[in-house]
Design a protein around this ligand. Structure first.
Ligand code: PMP
Length: 309
């Protein structure tokens, strides 16, 4: 994947510069110890042709939360961050883009606190993180970071060593992606996405506590309210998911992606007959600010099918 070329502009410590001319200090604490905070954001070309950063305020509030939680100095306001992002998109002539702000530390090989930080932001066109087909998932041998060991609500770079290990393991075993449990053996999330499953007309998702409760997860829950789909947040085991009717992952980068199987056990319903499919449609409408009537019709049809089952 090419993230930039000779024309690409990035934002770096208050300036718009060429990506090819950006420099990073080799002695930054972040590179050596994973001590930095970031966001993953998407912008879309709306139905009306405008560029819209989806849930911009929520993402930048989380970035500010992450830097505070990690004691990384960071003084940008949410409004300033949104303005910089729109300017960056415009300078790169991007509408459908993935946006990556990163707050990282100065040269510091010790474990002492920094009194300043660096801030960069890049944007590029990125396909769906987990593709646009149903994915085959395996329960990972890796657990998500324990909340007693990490500030798990922060999007800290170092947490992603855990994500990469789990994803590598799944791929090495012939799967597309991993499902990680928490330290109590309950289902937590994917390496970069939250999870929902459908059973007997209800959607379930892991309760908060040991997960990164994503912005897309919150959006899905809001959509379910609008679409009259019952959602419950609770703790459950991978075995409960093996018996599910359907399942999907959700996240900013992946959007909504259905699972074909978990641990080689296929889900009962066809994707097109599941709540996940309707939510995927509704989500696609929402991000592009498109009239969403087709999703409502989809749910009404599904509920009828459900009743007839
Ligand atoms: N869990 C993890 C571990 C993630 O990295 C992500 C991606 N940020 C998510 C869940 C989904 O979060 P969001 O919907 O806010 O992108």
């Amino acid at each position: 994947m090419n993230y930039y070329n000779h024309n690409t502009i990035v934002y770096s410590d208050g300036e718009f510069i060429k990506a090819t001319e950006a420099k990073v200090d080799l002695y930054t604490q972040s590179l050596h110890y994973g001590y930095s905070a970031f966001e993953g954001i998407r912008s879309y070309r709306t139905e009306a042709g405008k560029t819209k950063i989806f849930k911009a305020a929520e993402h930048y509030q989380r970035l500010r939360y992450s830097t505070d939680a990690l004691s990384i100095p960071f003084n940008y306001s949410v409004e300033e961050l949104i303005d910089v992002t729109y300017e960056l998109l415009q300078k790169n002539n991007l509408q459908d883009a993935y946006i990556r702000p990163l707050v990282y530390g100065p040269a510091n090989m010790s474990f002492n606190k920094n009194d300043k930080s660096h801030f960069v932001m890049a944007a590029w066109e990125m396909p769906l993180f987990l593709g646009d087909k149903l994915i085959r998932v395996m329960t990972s041998s890796f657990e998500r970071p324990n909340p007693r060991g990490f500030k798990i609500l922060a999007k800290a770079s170092g947490h992603y060593v855990n994500s990469i290990l789990a994803s590598y393991e799944a791929k090495a075993n012939g799967f597309d992606e991993a499902l990680l449990t928490d330290m109590n053996g309950y289902v937590a999330e994917g390496p970069g996405a939250n999870v929902f499953f459908e059973k007997d007309g209800v959607l379930y998702t892991p309760a908060k506590g040991n997960i990164l409760p994503g912005i897309t997860r919150a959006t899905v829950i809001e959509q379910c309210l609008e679409l009259n789909i019952r959602v419950e947040e609770k703790f459950f085991k991978p075995g409960d998911m093996h018996a599910a009717d359907c399942c999907f992952y959700c996240g900013t980068a992946a959007e909504i992606v259905g699972l074909e199987s978990l641990d080689n056990i296929p889900f009962k319903f066809k994707w097109e007959e599941s709540f996940g499919y309707v939510i995927q449609k509704a989500y696609k409408n929402l991000i592009r600010e498109k009239n969403g009537d087709d999703a409502n019709i989809g749910v009404a049809q599904l509920l009828k099918t459900e009743a007839a089952r």
